[in-house]
Design a protein around this ligand. Sequence first.
Ligand code: NAP
Length: 287
Amino acid sequence: MNRVGIIGYPLSHTLSPAMHNAAFKHLGMDDWLYDAMEIPPDVLRLGVAEPKRHGYIGINVTIPHKQQVMPFCRADEIARAVGAVNTIDFRTDIGTNTDVAGFIEDLQAHNIPLKNETVVVLGAGGAARAAVYGLWQQGANIIVVNRTPEKAYQMLTDLTLSAGVQQVRVLSLEAAADNSPSLIVNSTSAGMYPNADTTPWDNAIIFPKGVTVYDMVYRPSKTLFMKQAEANYGRAIGGLGMLVRQGAAAFKLWTGVEPPLDVMFEALRSALETSQHPSVTPQDETL
Ligand code: NAP
């Protein structure tokens, strides 16, 4: 049996096993299995060593271990740039971060131009780091807005040191809107179930007309932020595609097989529909 899986804490509501096992089933890969391993932070070292000792091909890593796991693998250039690992291949011990590819590939799948475009990134957490790094590689003109500006400055200092990221501005939401962005990315957790009535866009600030928004939040499938964009003649895309594509990148890495994206999308959609659980937190659902 070829085993892969996910480590995190807590993990009771992870969607990844449903997505990967549906792909294995669809492709007739009966000798592959993806399972979830809840690993408390104080035993993280064992949480990585044990699956490897038991012959796992690799693992996904989710909250709260994405940063702390870096010393236990060989972080590649992308993981070092973002400062977080979400996928490890035990055959090489290389840890990478597939959120960057998942995000950029989903934008490309929606034919969203990035080179020389003005893009506003809302947030300064792990998801925002992946967004800024990926957008910078694509040649976008990036503006970061965060509720706590100090964290945005810290994120950019880290990205400059780790990856040479430069010329990214930190502005207020109002000033960012005045820069006529063509794309606004929500990388905050505002709007994520169970806080679906929140939005990172303050209604006191005029929403740019006709702008495309990409909301990394995928539950609910249409967030309040997406509705605000649509009410202002904009195009709105939710984060499910990124979630699928970051998983698909790990699938390809471990198996060498082209992932069935449609099957993975469907599996996630139905897992999201059936997991209407009041105790689910955003952190539970990152992968
Ligand atoms: P994180 O590290 O905890 O960062 C959270 C960010 O959200 C911070 O910048 C925080 O601002 C901001 N924030 C939280 N509540 C806010 C509010 N009410 N108004 C404005 N800003 C608010 O989280 P993360 O790992 O970056 O994840 C962020 C979101 O992206 C989550 O919903 C996660 O599920 C989603 N995500 C989706 C995918 C995908 O594949 N679609 C992948 C990764 C993450 P402060 O700095 O001021 O606290």
